[in-house]
Design a protein around this ligand. Structure first.
Ligand code: PEP
Ligand code: MN
Length: 272
């Protein structure tokens, strides 16, 4: 596997900073927020609550790449404006998905970090386009991507000049269909041994089941991940997308407390 820009041998900084948040410095970053931005009120309520309980970054989809074209596709530009507004009000940097190379410039005006979703991990024109910017990128693993495919996708971005990339393991498709995806925790130490980029885990999409989010977040921490990204909704049963995996504000709070209590034990795992 030829890694030119992201290999462990490159003598460059292994951390990625997004405003006041740093990935890869030994801290455990919690990104939280709704699957989709639904309205400004739910976004603000979620942001304030997760911030009060340990999240340092806000997530929220404005462009939703849904399996069915008839499902809610997101508020698009309007959603981006709500994200920007709530991010300014709460002082939380925001990450949101861009799904089309033509939208990169516009999305860049409202977010602090681009998200490239699983379905677009090998959308090479999109990878190249975000690679031409200097905005950090959260690159999610394709649902059928090997470790090599994943790293090569990161190389596409880095080769354009932008190496501010954080990798996100979010589960892969296997024969197992009890969970939404099979969360590949082994990817964390493997990716960290092969490349210099920070690695986080998304246990929400990785499992699709809210009861598995705490154990898988703890497992991610134990495996050496630099953080997690978790879906939270003020009223999960009414969420317009991913209701089954969204945590209530109270459930998020319990998980954040457990993660904080456990952080010291696994600090060594995140050292390089
Ligand atoms: C998301 O995080 O909003 C998302 C759609 O996840 P994934 O691309 O991993 O399915
Ligand atoms: Mn989701």
């Amino acid at each position: 596997m030829e890694l030119r820009y992201i290999s462990r041998d490159t003598e460059v900084n292994n951390t990625v900073s997004v405003k006041n948040v740093t990935f890869g410095d030994g801290s455990f970053v919690i990104i939280a927020g709704p699957c989709s931005v639904e309205n400004p009120e739910m976004l603000k309520e979620t942001a304030c609550h997760v911030k009060a309980h340990g999240a340092v970054m806000l997530r929220g989809g404005a462009y939703k790449p849904r399996t069915s074209p008839y499902s809610f596709q997101g508020l698009k530009e309007e959603g981006l404006l709500y994200l920007k507004q709530v991010s300014d009000e709460t002082d939380l940097p925001v990450v949101s998905e861009v799904i089309d190379p033509r939208d990169v410039e516009m999305v860049a005006r409202c977010v602090d970090m681009f998200q490239i979703g699983s379905r677009n991990m090998q959308n090479f024109s999109l990878l190249r386009e975000v690679g031409k910017t200097d905005i950090p990128v959260l690159l999610k693993r394709g649902m059928a991507a090997t470790i090599e495919d994943f790293l090569m996708a990161a190389e596409y971005i880095a080769a354009e000049g932008n190496d501010r990339i954080v990798l996100c393991e979010r589960g892969i498709r296997t024969f197992e269909n009890y969970t939404r995806n099979t969360l590949d925790i082994t990817a964390v130490p493997i990716l960290k041994s092969l490349c210099r980029l920070p690695v986080i885990v998304d246990p929400s999409h990785g499992t699709g089941m809210r009861d598995l989010i705490l154990p898988m977040s703890l497992a991610s921490m134990a495996a050496g991940a630099d953080g997690v990204m978790i879906e939270v909704h003020p009223c999960p049963e009414n969420a317009l997308s991913d209701a089954e995996q969204s945590l209530s504000l109270q459930a998020f709070e319990r998980i954040a407390i457990r993660l904080q209590q456990t952080q010291e034990c696994f600090k060594d795992m995140r050292k390089r």
